[in-house]
Design a protein around this ligand. Structure first.
Ligand code: NAD
Length: 250
């Protein structure tokens, strides 16, 4: 059966785990050839080209994009998804901690886009999709640096959409609510009572459950696909209604 990404090549940063792996699997199922660019490629999604890369390092990112072009000689879809978290208020986190998170979550996307743009300009159907977060808009306690980094991702998405519109490159973002990934698994492992903590997290979501990585991947696939060619600059919430209904995490 023909897939809507048949013939197209996608690169997914942070594509070896969680949301990124689900995105890679979804794009492959829809016909794309997919490279996952990840600092840890010990367990990449089956069928993907695994490229070890650290988005906090410009040379590493450029080498990774070159590797994808060497393999397939084109790049049509870039999914900027690699991200890290940090706990704390502005009173807690040092400058170094701020710079570390911004270096991955914000500048990582800048570096990958910069390296990919020449190839994307040659694509007849180029799209960039960035992974933002509900944290950018909801005001979540103890997540100052992470929330600020994701607010910047949403703003960067709109700025890039405007800058590259005339080149035929669309730029959108998804903003997931709390999603069931290894990231959240690691958080739960550190809790005194992981089952109770998980139940509390689920109860905090408007639809009473965590968002699945596959739901986020479906939104990314839509935004990257020829079904959305008149859509650019949007941040699509995948959060059970939390942002649109102005619900606050309890
Ligand atoms: P995850 O930890 O399961 O996966 C993140 C992946 O990114 C890992 O494979 C990791 O190796 C990779 N990565 C981290 N730093 C990197 C770097 N410097 N260079 C290259 N790769 C790097 O996490 P996830 O939950 O799948 O999160 C993916 C994205 O979704 C992140 O941007 C995160 O902020 C965002 N997000 C997650 C949630 C959630 O609740 N899980 C909610 C909203 C947004």
């Amino acid at each position: 059966m023909a897939g809507e990404f048949d013939g197209l090549v996608a690169a997914v940063t942070g594509g070896a785990s969680g949301i990124g792996a689900a995105i890679a699997q979804r794009l492959m199922a829809d016909g794309a050839r997919v490279a996952v660019l990840d600092r840890d490629v010990s367990n990449p999604p089956e069928g993907a080209l695994a490229v070890q890369a650290d988005v906090s390092d410009d040379a590493s990112v450029r080498a990774a994009v070159d590797r994808v072009l060497q393999e397939w000689d084109r790049l049509d879809v870039l999914v900027n998804n690699a991200g890290i978290g940090a706990q704390g208020t502005v009173a807690d986190n040092s400058d170094d901690e701020w710079l570390q998170v911004l270096n991955v979550n914000l500048l990582g996307m800048v570096r990958t886009a910069r390296a990919a743009l020449p190839a994307l300009r040659r694509s007849p159907s180029a799209a960039i999709v960035n992974t933002g977060s509900i944290a950018a808009t909801a005001g979540i306690p103890q997540r100052a640096v992470y929330s600020a980094s994701k607010g910047a991702v949403h703003a960067l998405t709109r700025a890039m959409a405007a800058d590259h519109l005339a080149e035929g490159i669309r730029v959108c973002a998804v903003a997931p609510g709390t999603a069931d990934t290894p990231w959240i698994g690691r958080l739960l492992e550190r809790a005194d009572d992981p089952a109770a903590e998980r139940a509390a997290l689920e109860a905090r979501q408007p639809h009473g459950r965590l968002v699945s990585a596959e739901e986020v991947a479906g939104a990314v696939a839509y935004l990257a696909s020829p079904r959305s060619t008149s859509t650019t600059g949007i941040v699509l919430a995948v959060d059970g209604g939390m942002q649109e209904l102005r619900l606050r995490p309890r």
